[in-house]
Design a protein around this ligand. Structure first.
Ligand code: UGA
Length: 436
């Protein structure tokens, strides 16, 4: 059955979810306080670089099945279901900042005069959903007829559309049969029968999301710690990851050693889980997470230190080439980007950093120059750092760049370059945890 669905918040998550809901056959209105975003989205365009999103937006805005607005009165009583897809950034303490969620509720709830379901998709500290429900019921004329459910989202940037249309699993956190029925209806037709659906209470649904991200972060930090071990002992972490990954209980994914995790999700979500764990007295979990974070931070420092060492102990005034600025390939997102942390550190040590990324556009900032090609980045470089593993960097021909650089030194922080080809062209290639 076609439902009227609103999606509140139109960033990565909201814009993709709104387009996905339209693709599933629902009538959808996305809402955002940012008029510029609304204008772009209504034109069937995407304000973010995400493969496959623009065609979906175009397809459904052109038929009127999907539109965007800044006006809550257009969606309040119109929608059967309101999805909350707002950001929950980190505060300095590590706690999640729930300001956007509460301000959306303050705008929406006073306009709700009919029963409806409010479904959270944002990543939140456990306990948030019930607090939000309390606040909505206080503010809404419909009062207790409004119900909250939690349906966390697991989409990855760069695969957002694919993950939305073909999720690995769905999680329905509810406290009534009615809410469960509505969620089942929303996802009924389009999602394959084989997609596992986990039906659970709301607290479990909130925790599932942060547990998933924390486990992914843990895999990455574990393999990075093993990379250090390989480095110390002369082993090869990539072969090690391949070998342990063949064990189905372990799996090969998220065992790519290198510069560690960044982005708008993993770092903030695990920090918020640690904070919430402390609040609830579960110190064993917060200590575990802090160990994962410490390994991750350590990778960034180590690569910056390595660059300084390779430049002869001092980078002052020396040109350093950085390949990659996005937090991972396939996106233009530079939030908490490991590559930029390393670039910033080198600049702080006086280096003249030239950075190239195929998609990410950096706002003008003091410290380093963004250039438009690999050639420009490499020109006069004393050390080259491969920090975001865009596939095109794997295709680079070292012979072509040899005459451009001052010293043929490549630090492959993502362990993805074919070291033997580069070495064959006379380059020194440093990869932490891979035997030379
Ligand atoms: C992550 C999760 O993978 C999604 O399931 C989740 O929905 C999303 O956060 C979210 O909470 O919204 P994303 O932030 O797009 O998705 O990025 P990932 O693909 O998870 O990569 C995170 C970081 O880990 C990147 O910096 C990547 O370079 C790094 N990484 C990943 C490694 O260093 N090694 C690996 O083996 C894999």
């Amino acid at each position: 059955m076609t439902l009227n669905v609103s999606v509140i918040g139109t960033s990565y998550l909201g814009a993709t979810h709104a387009a996905g809901m339209a693709e599933f056959g629902h009538q959808v209105v996305g809402i955002d306080i940012d008029e510029d975003k609304v204008k772009i989205l209504n034109a069937g365009q995407s304000h973010i670089f995400e493969v496959g999103l623009e065609p979906l937006l175009e397809k459904h805005t052109s038929t009127g099945r999907l539109r965007f607005t800044t006006d809550y009165s257009e969606i309040a009583d119109w929608a059967d279901v309101h999805f909350l897809a707002l950001g929950t950034p980190s505060q300095k303490s590590g706690a999640a900042d729930l300001g956007q969620l509460y301000s959306a509720i303050e705008s929406l709830a006073p306009l709700l005069t009919k029963p409806c379901l409010v479904v959270g998709k944002s990543t939140v500290p456990v306990g948030t959903a019930l607090e939000l429900e309390k606040r909505i019921r206080e503010l809404a004329p419909a009062g207790d007829a409004i119900e909250v459910a939690w349906n966390p989202e697991f989409l990855r940037e760069a695969y957002a559309v694919e993950d939305t249309l073909h999720p690995d699993r769905l999680v329905f956190g509810t406290h009534s049969q009615h809410a469960l029925d509505v969620l089942a209806e929303i996802y009924a037709l389009p999602i394959s029968d084989r997609t596992p659906v986990v039906r659970c209470d709301i607290a479990t649904a909130e925790l599932i999301k942060v547990a998933a991200n924390s486990f992914l972060a843990t895999k990455i930090s574990f393999i990075n710690a093993m990379a250090q071990m390989c480095q110390a002992a002369g082993g090869d972490v990539t072969l090690l990851a391949d070998a342990i990954g063949f064990d189905k209980r372990i799996g090969r994914e998220f065992l790519n050693a290198g510069l560690g995790f960044g982005g708008g999700c993993l770092p903030k979500d695990i920090a918020a889980l640690a904070y919430r764990a402390d609040e609830l007295g579960v110190n064993v979990l917060s200590e575990f997470i802090h160990a994962v974070e410490a390994i991750n931070d350590g990778q960034r420092s180590e690569i910056a230190d390595l660059a300084i060492e390779q430049a002869g102990g001092d980078v002052t005034g020396k040109r350093i080439a950085v390949l990659g600025a996005a937090f991972k390939p396939g996106t233009d997102d530079t939030r908490n980007s490991p590559a930029l942390t390393v670039a910033d550190r080198l600049h702080a040590h006086g280096a003249d950093v030239r950075i190239y990324d195929p998609e990410a556009r950096l706002p003008p900032r003091e410290g380093f120059t963004q250039v438009a090609s690999v050639e420009q980045a490499m020109l006069g470089a004393e050390v080259v750092l491969h920090l975001t593993e865009w596939p095109e960097f794997r295709q680079l021909d070292p012979e072509k760049y040899s005459p451009l650089v001052k010293s043929k030194v490549m630090i492959d922080a993502r362990l993805k370059l074919d070291a033997s080809t580069w070495r064959g062209a006379g380059w020194k290639v440093v990869q932490i945890g891979r035997a030379a």
